[in-house]
Design a binder for this molecule. Sequence first.
Ligand code: TYM
Length: 332
Amino acid sequence: MSEKKILLSGIQPSGKLCIGNYIGALKNWVNLQDEYESIFLVVDMHALTVKQVPSELRQRCLSFVAQYIACGIDPDENTIVIQSHVPQHAELMWVLNSITYMGELNRMTQFKDKSKQHNKNINVGLFSYPVLMAADILLYQADVVPVGADQKQHLELARELAHRFNHQYSDTFKMPEPFISKTGGRIMSLQDPEKKMSKSDENDNNILGLLDPSDLLIKKIKRAVTDSGTDIVYDQSRPGLANLLGIYAKLSDKSIDKIVAQFEGKMYSHFKADLGELVVETLRPVQEKYSQLMDDKGYLETVLKAGADKSFVHARKTLSKVYRKVGFLLKK
Ligand code: TYM
């Protein structure tokens, strides 16, 4: 087995991948992939916690895999895997359920938000979602988990469950470390910059989709909510502008100070036009690669078969250790 440390992360195949997911997660995955033995999940089992159209879910899983690769994940050197292809995720979750307290899950802000959003479908899966996420991470003995700031609380639970299990039964799980960028960990909605940009937002004008056509991206940026000011400065009390500056900084790899100096004396419209161009130029190669990949489903299936085979080895090893520790009689 490789001597490298293990990196693991995942995205839920719901809605459409957006610049928030790109900046908060995918871009970091691409930058870190060579340094670690990396596993990237498409967490289809998590997606079932909100209503899905089965044929669309299937299609979206494949499309997300193609978008991971199009963004720069190298499937020859890393593992891309669909969560439901490795049954040990659900099996480990069951064991972890028994050491998780209701109170811990009740405190999860994502559960509270999603319960409000889907108040006709507050199912048990939505409640126990963070336990499945802990299983995803602990199953592969991940050292580092690059995510956006919204996943911090879930990661803390994963660490707490690892600690609790290790304490109760003896050392079994590695302690995963979150990797959350200081900037770009929370990209905000274009029309409502007090709220996180979300790939399942019902209002498409709130998000910049990775596969949105160029003219649409430019239009959405032009219409993004700013304020009545005129000068381009970074000020948290002007959240719309601060968010656009943050996106600019992450995509150009320039500091906010440098960008502010660059646009000194210029108007919002000028800044927005430049940002539009930057977003379009960043996504153009991603979109081109994506269409090539979607024309070759056979290739994507090969990537997924290899991913499932490779993950299964890690997953089986951890799960049999866990089953032994908790006292299950092993099958001969
Ligand atoms: P999900 O699918 O909601 O989001 C995928 C990744 O994108 C990040 N992200 C953002 N980052 C910055 N600004 C935003 N506006 C923004 N919106 C989303 C998320 O933080 C995440 O990193 N529960 C997870 C998926 C998951 C997972 C895992 C992640 C399941 N198992 C194991 C890591 C490890 C989720 O729903 O992410």
